[in-house]
Design a protein around this ligand. Structure first.
Ligand code: SIN
Length: 181
């Protein structure tokens, strides 16, 4: 019989969770960071014009903050099969130890896009990342929306992530300029 499962979300899973859970908590993965280093050809871009979405990288000394969701045992199988489809563009299940500010850590899993996957783009300047995102749109919506929703969700959690804030700030400047009278 399945047991309940903790899933750590650091990108769209924070603000567009899309599965049932019994409990959610602010959480972090030590020695990891969130980066817009993964191409999206299926959600926020297309094969011809890929967008950029976040993945996790190793970053000793940093914490990647996000949300952990406790999926009840009866929902684990369906949740994982749906997430495997949703995250098919290069992400893989990774077993992790999820930490909380004031509770004992738990084992769980997250979806990580490793450098060996075909959609991995790797580092680029914030300006280059923002201009790629500004011109990308896919079946799940605009790439801008992904960034703004993530930035807002982190803000609401009082999580500071300079990489996300820089890119969201550049995109906001661009949209403000475009919408100026
Ligand atoms: C996640 O949200 O944890 C994975 C990346 C994404 O789907 O945006």
């Amino acid at each position: 019989m399945n047991e309940s499962l903790w899933i750590f979300g650091y990108g769209s899973i924070i603000w567009k969770t899309g599965f049932d859970y019994d409990e959610s908590r602010l959480a972090y993965l030590p020695d990891r960071a969130r980066r817009f280093w993964q191409a999206s050809t299926d959600h926020r871009g297309t094969i011809a014009s890929p967008g950029r979405v976040v993945t996790l990288i190793d970053q000793p000394g940093e914490n990647c903050w996000g949300m952990a969701f406790k999926v009840p045992s009866a929902s684990v199988e369906l949740t994982l099969s749906n997430l495997d489809v949703r995250e098919v563009g290069g992400y893989e299940r990774e077993s992790v130890t999820i930490h909380f500010p004031d509770k004992d850590p738990v084992r769980g899993l997250t979806y990580t896009a490793h450098p060996a996957n075909p959609n991995y783009l790797g580092p680029a300047s914030a300006v280059d990342i923002a201009s790629q995102i500004a011109s990308s749109e896919g079946p799940s919506g605009s790439n801008n929306e992904y960034v703004f929703e993530l930035a807002l969700a982190l803000d609401n959690l009082q999580v500071e992530d300079p990489h996300i804030q820089d890119i969201a700030g550049l995109l906001k400047e661009r949209t403000d300029t475009e919408n100026a009278p």
